[in-house]
Design a protein around this ligand. Structure first.
Ligand code: SF4
Ligand code: SF4
Length: 104
């Protein structure tokens, strides 16, 4: 389980660097974020929840879809859309109202 940061989408805001409890995300010399030890990522998703540029993708483990499935978060005000793209290309979206976070 790990993340992938799409370099061309990163605007270098640093939100993911601040959010990662494992201090795993750094900036390259061009000011774009990268994960320095993907094998140490435990998949907490804190970084992707903070990224406003939709630059961070999350690999899903085999137990929850796996086989190349990716998840991405898109934010629209208080609404977060967790978009899962399966290995077969099918997509599934979970909509979360962050103001109602205690419900989930
Ligand atoms: S998923 Fe969690 S542990 Fe992994 S890089 Fe993002 S913030 Fe760090
Ligand atoms: S939060 Fe997103 S845009 Fe900001 S530094 Fe991290 S990857 Fe780049």
């Amino acid at each position: 389980m790990s993340i992938r940061i799409e370099r061309e989408r990163c605007v270098g805001c640093g939100a993911c660097v601040e959010a990662c409890p494992g201090n795993l995300i750094k900036f390259d010399p061009d000011g774009r974020a990268f994960i320095r030890r993907p094998e140490d990522c435990w998949g907490c998703a804190s970084c992707m929840k903070e990224c406003r540029s939709e630059a961070i993708f999350y690999y899903l483990g085999a137990d929850v879809g796996g086989r190349g499935a990716l998840m991405q978060v898109k934010r629209d005000g208080a609404i977060s859309r967790w978009i899962i793209r399966g290995y077969d290309g099918a997509t599934f979206t979970i909509v979360v109202d962050r103001k109602q976070a205690n419900k989930y």
